[in-house]
Ligand binder design. Structure first.
Ligand SMILES: *Cc1c(COP(=O)(O)O)cnc(C)c1O
Length: 468
């Protein structure tokens, strides 16, 4: 069918113009994999092709490697689909989505005890995830460091800013340092302390330190870094040497766990040194990817230079994200979750996840072959390792691979530099992974170990099945 072109004066009421998408194409032949096919195909056919290819992906709910949400309620999924066509940045066109984002920022600021909760509007925004949120938090630290030095007359371009963090940080901080030309000061970790310690943080700081990153829920083994103790040590540094270093808390997972399960733990804006906090809405915020949040303790913590204005209902609205266009869906669902669960609902959901994680950790620690990397229970995630990898004749990587045959995705990896000879397995429990699945996992894990132990005594030929 020829394309219908508009010709002036031509009678068009006898012909229906059909969008090319809905005209008949020929048979669908073999498709090039890395080039666009010459012609299209019916929507149903295209759907089936894509759907079928994706069957090869792992089953998201059996994926115990990820912190990211893999289950949501039907109503949340519906909202997500309804809002996918709204661009979050178009505040003027979609003022109500902008309003929901503002409410979420204020809800989080309140949850984290921002000073702004005393009547003031909170300072913060949604992002595509914690990585972008960390970039923003880090940038504000860098700007403020420069402003402090400029105000004191001590800034010159020869100074190289640095950022202090434990060697266990998530890769986004390495990205931040590289992209924004900041020296990354990694404080080594040890088998005894697999994360940043107060002494380690203080020892790494000098007058060019833009901030210290404390992680609430280390990705390696799930533990909270001692935020309050690190802050107290930095208070000491300020008193003794006049070096006053602010903190950012990377609460990608923990900032949506601690407020509900550990309300007495002080890690947030209750600590004056904490200037900003990020969280992944798509982790324990219980939203499908991708959404993150960053909140500053007050307006003073976010330099004006970093804020741009966009049109909003005839007025202006501040924005400070790196991305421009993003779907409104995740914001709508984040707000839905706040409404749907409320404080007590979140407490119940996160509590159930941590109970299951604790149960699994307890059961695994009872197995002769394994021991836990850490006994602290913080976010619903934990790491464990083989008690004696040499004697048992197989590695955590073998265990991970064998579990895969049952559909379980349990990652094995090496710990950070200095303790990288420690190889571990990690299990992350999320909403939707209940006690029944946990029991199934334990059964399969026991079977896997039994088989691996059984094979230990076989020759290589027998192991590969060659002897049959
Ligand atoms: C997941 C995670 C990140 C990165 O978050 P995204 O939302 O995936 O961008 C950063 N820091 C920590 C501690 C994390 O757990």
């Amino acid at each position: 069918m020829a394309l219908h072109r508009y010709v002036e004066g031509e009678a068009s009421d006898e012909e229906l113009s059909v969008r090319p998408q809905f005209t008949q194409f020929g048979e669908v032949g073999p498709l090039p994999r890395f080039r666009m096919p010459r012609d299209g195909m019916p929507a149903d056919s295209a759907y089936q092709v894509v759907h079928d290819e994706l069957m090869l992906d792992g089953n998201a709910r059996l994926n115990l490697a990820t912190f990211v949400t893999t289950w949501m309620e039907r109503q949340a999924e519906q909202l997500m689909a309804e809002c996918a066509d709204k661009n979050l940045i178009d505040k003027d066109e979609y003022p109500q989505t902008a309003e929901l984002e503002r409410r979420c920022v204020n809800i989080l600021a309140h949850l984290w005890h921002a000073t702004s909760h005393q009547g003031e509007e909170a300072t913060g925004c949604s992002t595509s995830g914690s990585s972008e949120a960390c970039m923003l938090g880090g940038m504000a630290l860098k700007w403020r460091w420069r402003q402090r030095l400029e105000a004191a007359g001590g800034y010159d371009l020869a100074r190289r800013p640095n950022l202090v963090m434990g060697a266990n940080v998530q890769v986004c901080w390495e990205k931040f340092c590289r992209y924004w030309d900041v020296e990354m000061r990694l404080v080594p970790v040890s088998a005894e302390a697999t994360h940043l310690t107060p002494e380690g943080a203080v020892a790494a700081c000098d007058e060019n330190t833009i901030g210290v990153i404390a992680v609430l829920g280390s990705t390696y083994d799930g533990v909270y870094e001692p935020v309050a103790e690190i802050a107290a040590a930095l208070d000491g540094l300020a008193r003794e040497r006049g070096i006053d270093v602010p903190m950012h808390v990377d609460g990608a997972s923990g900032a949506m766990v601690a407020p509900f399960l550990d309300p007495d733990l002080e890690w947030d804006f209750r600590i004056p040194r904490v200037q900003s906090i990020n969280v992944s809405g798509h982790k324990y915020g219980l939203v499908y990817p991708g959404i993150g949040w960053v909140v500053w303790r007050d307006t003073a913590a976010l330099p004006d230079d970093l804020v741009f204005k966009v049109d909003y209902l005839g007025g202006e609205m501040p924005t400070f994200t790196l991305n421009f266009s993003r779907p409104g869906s995740q914001v709508a669902v984040q707000y839905y979750n706040f409404l749907r669960l409320g404080f007590n609902g979140f407490k119940a959901v996160q509590g159930a996840s941590r109970d299951v994680a604790q149960y699994l950790a307890h059961e695994i620690a009872r197995m002769d072959v394994f021991e836990l990397v850490s006994d602290d229970f913080c976010i619903p995630a934990f790491a464990f390792r083989l008690r004696d990898p040499v004697a048992c004749g197989f590695s955590v990587f073998d265990v991970s691979e064998a579990l895969r045959a049952w559909g379980w995705i349990v990652p094995a990896y090496k710990m950070p530099p200095a303790i990288e000879d420690m190889a571990v397995l990690r299990i992350v429990v999320r909403n939707g992974f209940g006690r029944n699945l946990a029991d199934d996992l334990m059964e399969d894990l026991a079977l896997v170990i039994k088989r691996l132990e059984g094979r230990r005594h076989l020759t290589t030929e027998e192991r590969t099945g060659f002897a049959h």
